[in-house]
Design a protein around this ligand. Structure first.
Ligand code: SER
Length: 316
C-alpha cells in the first residue's frame, strides 16, 4: 500500500486531490501538509505544517511517515506571481528542487508535480497546441513551470527520479477557491450568480481558454501516478485537455439554469496573461501513453458546480 504526502493540501487542487487519494488509499495513508493549517482546523486525518522551501523539514516528515509518493502542489499562480516575481520564482523553484533532491537521495520516492498551460507563450501555436512546440512564457509563473519541467526531465535522466507531470488547464471545482490564477473567473462567477449579484468578469467575453472540471483533474493525477513506468514517455510534462470556452459561453450555459444571472466585462492585467495562452490543447500523447480521457463537458460542469455550490453559498 502506498503512503503519500500532499504538499499544498489546503489549496484548490490539494483539497480535492487529498480527498480523492484518501478515498482510494485510506485516510491514514495520505498525509496532508501545507504552510498553514486547514480552514476549520485539522480534522481526524493526518496533517503536518510544512514550509516546502525548508528541505530539512520536508525530509523529516517524509522519513517520519515513510512516504513513498509525494504530490507537490504548492506554488504561486500566474496572476499572483506577477505581483511579486522574486517570491514566485523562489517558492516555485526552491520547493520543486527540494522534492527532486529528496527523490535523488532516495529513488524509491515517486513524485507528482503539476505544470500548466502557462508554459506556453505569445508565439506558441494557439489552436490544438502540440506537446512539443515553441514555448515562450511571459509570466514568472510560466517561466518557473517551464524551468521546472526541464528540471524534472533532468533529474529523471541523470538520477533516475520517477517524476511525473501534467500541464493542467484552468481548474474548476466547488470545494475550495482558487488562489490567484488567470482562470479563476470561471469559479468566481458561480459564487456571484448564486449570491444574486452581477458578476464583473476580469477577462473579455471572447477570451477562449482551456479548462477542466476538478474531478477530471484528480482522476488524471491519480491515473498518471498509477500508470506502469514504461508507459510514461514524456518526462517534462504531458499536455492535458478537456474543454475550451469563453466567459460568454460559460455565462450562457449558467443562464440556462439561472435566467436572472448577469455579467459585465472589465478586462484587467490578467487579460494580457490570457492572451498569451492557448485556445485549445492537443493531449493525444497522454491519451495514447497512459489512457487519459476526460468525462466532464461544459454542460455537466455547470450543472455540478451549481448544485454543489447552492447550499454552500446559502449558508455563507
Ligand atoms: N489556472 C492557472 C492560472 O491561471 C494556470 O495554471 O494561473
Amino acid at each position: 500500500m502506498t503512503k503519500c504526502l500532499v504538499i499544498g493540501a489546503c489549496g484548490q487542487l490539494g483539497t480535492e486531490l487529498t480527498a480523492g487519494l484518501r478515498s482510494k488509499y485510506g485516510i491514514n495513508n495520505v498525509i496532508a501538509s501545507d504552510i498553514h493549517p486547514p480552514e476549520g482546523g485539522v480534522k481526524d486525518a493526518p496533517f503536518e505544517i510544512l514550509d516546502a522551501m525548508n528541505f530539512d523539514a520536508l525530509k523529516s516528515i517524509v522519513e517520519m511517515h515513510q512516504i513513498d509518493t509525494i504530490y507537490h502542489l504548492a506554488a504561486i499562480l500566474s496572476a499572483k506571481g506577477e505581483q511579486n516575481p522574486p517570491l514566485a520564482w523562489s517558492l516555485n523553484m526552491t520547493s520543486l528542487l527540494n522534492v527532486l533532491n529528496l527523490a535523488k537521495e532516495n529513488n524509491s520516492i515517486k513524485i507528482f508535480w503539476p505544470s500548466s498551460i502557462a508554459v506556453f507563450g505569445p508565439t506558441t501555436p494557439k489552436d490544438n497546441t502540440p506537446q512539443d512546440c515553441i514555448m515562450d512564457p511571459n509570466t514568472v509563473y510560466g517561466i518557473s513551470k517551464l524551468a521546472g519541467e526541464r528540471w524534472c526531465q533532468y533529474y529523471h535522466e541523470k538520477y533516475g527520479v520517477d517524476v511525473r507531470s501534467v500541464r493542467y488547464p484552468g481548474l474548476i471545482g466547488s470545494k475550495t477557491l482558487p488562489g490567484g490564477g488567470t482562470t479563476d473567473y470561471a469559479v468566481d462567477i458561480f459564487y456571484k450568480v448564486l449570491q444574486g449579484e452581477q458578476y464583473e468578469c476580469f477577462l473579455a467575453e471572447d477570451c477562449i481558454l482551456p479548462m477542466m472540471y476538478m474531478d477530471d483533474a484528480v482522476e488524471a493525477t491519480i491515473h498518471i501516478m498509477e500508470a506502469d513506468k514504461p508507459s510514461i514517455k514524456v518526462r517534462t510534462s504531458y499536455n492535458l485537455s478537456a474543454i475550451s470556452f469563453t466567459p460568454a459561453e460559460l455565462y450562457q450555459e449558467i443562464k440556462k439554469q439561472i435566467p436572472e444571472a448577469k455579467i459585465t466585462y472589465n478586462p484587467d492585467y490578467r487579460q494580457n496573461i490570457a492572451n498569451s495562452w492557448p485556445n485549445s490543447i492537443d493531449d493525444s500523447n497522454a491519451r495514447k501513453d497512459w489512457g487519459w480521457k476526460h468525462t466532464f463537458d461544459m454542460k455537466k460542469l455547470v450543472e455540478v458546480m451549481l448544485s454543489e455550490l447552492e447550499p454552500k453559498v446559502a449558508s455563507m
